[in-house]
Ligand binder design. Structure first.
Ligand code: ADP
Ligand code: ZN
Length: 214
């Protein structure tokens, strides 16, 4: 099973992708996570990407294409994957098709997580992320059992540098301008399923699992 998750920042792509990867035994490919790891490790990619990320802008396509090629050359994606955060514009969708055609694979399902702007801003401005395992929490919606500590692994939680209200608004603008075109693109390929992602994460999860098992 090969799944792409589309949707605005804050729609819950990361949360859903992590749960789905576990439930369906798939590899989780998150371009945001890979980029943040590169920033943390101060690699040359991380150094180039950081400024774009902090400003809520897209990292240039060529850098992303190289990163994705490397990721898809790893063995674990052969068992199937959930792609979260890519593609984000039509050029990236084409790059992805090139990578897939070289490997002789195709995507099975594109899930569009649709969320309202109000919910997005509330979710992202209160989001807390584990510095070690990447698990997501929320100050009020999904608080950790112990303040500032990850329930899953005990490491410290932090607030992402791009989860400030101003940057969230910029990310939403970029999404509307560049990424929302992909909804039509995948609709045209008869691959797209839209889900309302404003509700509870567990409900959205069971809806995606049902689509994957169809
Ligand atoms: P979100 O979807 O909530 O904005 P991500 O963690 O997916 O968060 O991405 C964080 C940032 O990483 C983006 O704002 C962007 O700067 C960069 N990024 C992630 N994926 C891509 C991509 N496919 N193309 C360009 N930039 C990306
Ligand atoms: Zn953790």
């Amino acid at each position: 099973m090969r799944i792409i998750l589309l949707g605005p920042p804050g729609a819950g792509k990361g949360t859903q992708a992590k749960s789905l990867a576990e439930e369906l035994a798939l590899a989780h490919v998150s371009t945001g996570d890979i980029l943040r790891q590169n920033v943390k490790d101060a690699t040359s990619l991380g150094k180039e990407a950081k400024d774009f990320m902090d400003r809520g802008l897209l990292v240039p396509d060529e850098l992303m294409a190289k990163m994705l090629q490397e990721r898809f050359a790893q063995a674990d994606v052969r068992k199937g994957f959930i792609l979260d955060g890519y593609p984000r514009n039509l050029a990236q969708a084409k790059t992805l098709e090139d990578i897939f055609s070289i490997q002789g694979i195709d995507v099975d399902l594109v899930v569009y997580l649709d969320s309202s702007e109000e919910v997005i801003i509330q979710r992202l401005s209160g989001r807390l992320v584990c510095s070690k395992c990447g698990a997501n929490f929320h100050k009020t919606n999904m608080p950790p059992k112990r303040d500032g500590i990850c329930d899953k692994c005990g490491a410290a939680l932090y607030q992402r540098s791009d989860d400030k209200v101003e940057t969230i608004k910029r990310r939403l603008e970029v999404y509307k301008k560049e990424t929302s075109d992909l909804i039509e693109y995948y609709q045209g390929k008869n691959k797209l399923h839209r889900l309302d992602a404003d509700g509870q994460a567990t409900i959205v999860l069971s809806q995606i699992v049902a689509l994957a098992k169809q």
